[in-house]
Design a protein. Sequence first.
Length: 101
Amino acid sequence: MRTQRLAAGMGQVCRIALPSSPSGGVAWYSDGGNAEVRIRLESDEVSSPRPGRHQVFVVVGEIPGDYELHFVLKRTWESVPRSSWRVLFHVSAPRARGRIH
């Protein structure tokens, strides 16, 4: 399992690009997130600075904290993933602004 660390402010949009090979119906899947972290597929095949194709997921943290996100590479009908990807996602609270007296 590969692990990636990601940090963002509350409500900030982040993107995760996972290497894919669209032939044969193999794709990355996530649990879709929850109330604290929203995850959605943005694009199935995007060019990136690295060669090859990627699936790009958009991740937004709604509540400050530390979260562990899981992605699996498999065909929809397979029960055992071919690969997995873990993202340790830190969402920080907005900074308080100081008052001028």
